[in-house]
Design a protein around this ligand. Structure first.
Ligand SMILES: [Zn+2]
Length: 326
């Protein structure tokens, strides 16, 4: 039996609901955010195991830095995690991407759509290594460059290479080199004398003594075991991070994958050289968390070996940085 159709109601309700959705998602109003120093982690996972298993989740993090609000490396899951937490991506001033690996860029398109109010408003910046833009790792539409579309919104694009600088919402952003096997960037932020840096995925250790010989790149030795065995680190990265107050470090693992990632040992070498006020570890491989969550131990190891306060981030955690900067 067919159900009776209320044609008038269907027409009227659809009209009303369209207007409601339009108002909700296509607002052109700019937020008044004030100044704040805050971090919110949409995810703390790194590497394909974290993408596939979502333990830890992959979403990157949100950064309130003075007057500006940024999303960094939004991996798959960034948007649903932000909705769960009630963190307003429509207020973002910029989305920053370090490199093309899915755990860093897989959620970027959705976060850009949120920043650009369902792609109806031209606002915000997409900042990325220039090769990601040229090769459309982020497609033309989400770069705000698809003129033929019915959606008039989108971000402005800032193409970066190491050493480049930009200013967004009054905050200086510098692109740093990152050694991860392909085009990649760390980012350093400055505002009114305050500074924070994000390492992205990078190695730092270039050689170490394994008890018998010096291990260098290309050597099959995969594990590093003692801080005192490190014989070489990347001085250019240390120089680029000199004087920075807060470091967000993509650690990945306690001691494995040192040729592509910091590891705890690289973090210790970095902190001993730079002496920031605070370091927060993120980008954990699943093996750092399952079955035993080793993150607190990893942070304690880095803190004890370096003398710098070190915290481990976890999915959904937020950190108020006001005290750190005051
Ligand atoms: Zn990567």
């Amino acid at each position: 039996m067919e159900s009776p159709i209320d044609r008038e109601m269907l027409m009227e309700q659809t009209k009303a609901q369209l207007a409601r959705a339009w108002k909700m998602f296509r607002s052109t109003q700019e937020p008044t955010l004030g100044e704040r120093f805050w971090l919110g982690f949409l995810g703390t996972g790194g590497n394909p195991e974290a993408v596939v298993g979502q333990v830890p989740a992959t979403g990157g993090f949100l950064l309130r830095f003075g007057p500006a609000f940024f999303a960094l490396d939004p991996g798959p899951g960034a948007l649903p995690r932000a909705l769960e937490r009630g963190w307003p991506l429509g207020d973002l001033h910029g989305v920053l991407i370090s490199h093309r690996h899915l755990d860093h860029v897989g959620g970027a398109a959705a976060v850009i759509e949120a920043m650009c109010r369902a792609m109806y408003v031209r606002r915000g910046y997409l900042i990325a290594h220039h090769t990601l833009l040229e090769e459309q790792v982020i497609d033309q539409f989400h770069q705000g460059r698809d003129g033929a579309t019915a959606y008039p919104g989108g971000p402005d694009v800032i193409a970066m290479k190491p050493g480049d600088q930009a200013e967004v919402a009054g905050v200086q952003i510098a692109a740093l080199k990152a050694y991860h096997g392909g085009p990649n960037l760390g980012y350093r932020f400055h505002y009114k004398g305050r500074s924070l840096a994000y390492t992205s995925d990078t190695n730092l250790i270039t050689s170490f003594w394994n008890g018998q010989r010096t291990v260098r790149f290309g050597d099959p030795v995969r594990l590093i075991e003692r801080c005192e065995d490190i014989t070489g680190i990347r001085d250019d990265l240390i120089g680029a991070l000199a004087g920075v107050e807060v470091i967000i470090a993509n650690v990945t693992s306690h001691m494995a994958w040192w040729q592509r990632h910091l590891t705890d040992f690289g973090v210790v070498a970095l902190l001993r050289a730079v002496h920031p006020k605070l370091c927060i570890l993120t980008h954990f491989n699943r093996a750092s968390v399952v079955p035993n969550d080793l993150r607190q131990q990893m942070a304690a190891f880095c803190a004890q070996e370096s003398g710098v306060p070190v915290l481990a981030a976890y999915d959904g955690a937020s950190f108020d940085l006001e005290d750190t900067f005051s």
